[in-house]
Design a protein around this ligand. Structure first.
Ligand SMILES: Nc1ncnc2c1ncn2[C@@H]1O[C@H](COP(=O)(O)OP(=O)(O)OP(=O)(O)O)[C@@H](O)[C@H]1O
Ligand SMILES: [Mg+2]
Length: 259
């Protein structure tokens, strides 16, 4: 059997005696796409930081990536991509979009080198896959939020990661921009040989059909984990958010209505 892309085994993490993550178990098999839900402060971002080695489980547990417990940090940075709106301020606003994408090849590792013709062609290809070829010569700082997130996905792919974390990529997008972004993401997720996408959100209607699995965190613990269709039920979400709601499924997506 293929080694899991990521295995989080009984991972706990504490700061100043406060447990931020408490005995988390979570396995992402290769090729699986996951959604992660959980209230503010439930530990989602902390879990992703542990998964990609920015921080270590300091209160017990182990992380295996493709079956290995220890990985060279530079290798790790290349193998897991991050996409979040908090990355945006780190990109020079006057940089041309194609350069922003190409820079993904080096930025993750802290190295710098001269991009090759092949790198530029690769960047253009990833931009095209995000429907963003028309932005290639536009300055990154002038892109809309939806365009920026698409470009950051193209950028994250430059190191050919096997996992990409998308931490609330739709935060701040208007409904039209959000749908546009999500339909591009759905197309990407349907491709073969695409990295496993891990999508953190507060909005269950953003959980696209490609996310066949869902993890729910609450108070640093796993509340539920498994098939999305079994998890996005009114009783689970009611318990999670402490509200009474009903859920309508439409075109493979789940829409909550607060009762
Ligand atoms: N460096 C830190 N120092 C102190 N507390 C921290 C630190 N990092 C995270 N925390 C705490 O850990 C908890 C989990 O934070 P985390 O950012 O993982 O939550 P989250 O689920 O991503 O929340 P959100 O939905 O708001 O992004 C919070 O209570 C937060 O205050
Ligand atoms: Mg977070």
């Amino acid at each position: 059997m293929k080694k899991a892309a990521l295995e989080i085994c009984s991972v706990s993490y504490s700061i100043d005696g406060k447990r931020i993550l408490d005995s988390i178990n979570w396995t992402v098999q290769q090729g699986e796409h996951w959604a992660i839900l959980g209230p503010n402060g439930s530990g989602k971002t902390t879990l992703l930081k542990i998964a990609c080695g920015y921080i270590w489980p300091n209160d017990g547990g182990a992380v295996y990536r493709r079956g290995k417990a220890l990985i060279d940090l530079r290798e790790l940075r290349k193998s897991i991509g991050w996409v979040t709106s908090t990355l945006v301020p780190q990109i020079p606003p006057r940089e041309k979009t194609f350069r922003t994408v190409v820079s993904g090849k080096f930025a993750q590792t802290g190295l710098w080198g001269e991009p090759t013709k092949k790198d530029f062609a690769q960047a253009e290809d990833y931009l095209e896959q995000m429907g963003c070829s028309y932005l290639s010569n536009q300055e990154f700082g002038t892109l809309s939020q939806g365009e920026q997130q698409k470009v950051l996905i193209a950028r994250a792919r430059m190191t050919k990661p096997y996992l990409i974390f998308l931490d609330e990529p739709c935060a701040g997008m208007d409904p039209g921009a959000r749908e546009n972004f999500l339909s591009t993401l759905q197309k990407l997720g349907k491709q073969k040989k695409v990295p496993s996408l891990i999508y953190v959100t507060h909005h269950i209607e953003e959980i696209l059909p490609l996310f066949k699995r869902t993890l729910i965190l609450r108070d640093g613990k796993v509340l539920e984990s498994g098939n999305t269709s079994a998890i996005l039920k009114r009783d689970v979400l009611g318990r999670l958010y402490q509200v009474s709601l009903s859920i309508t499924k439409k075109k493979g997506r789940y829409w909550p209505v607060i009762e």
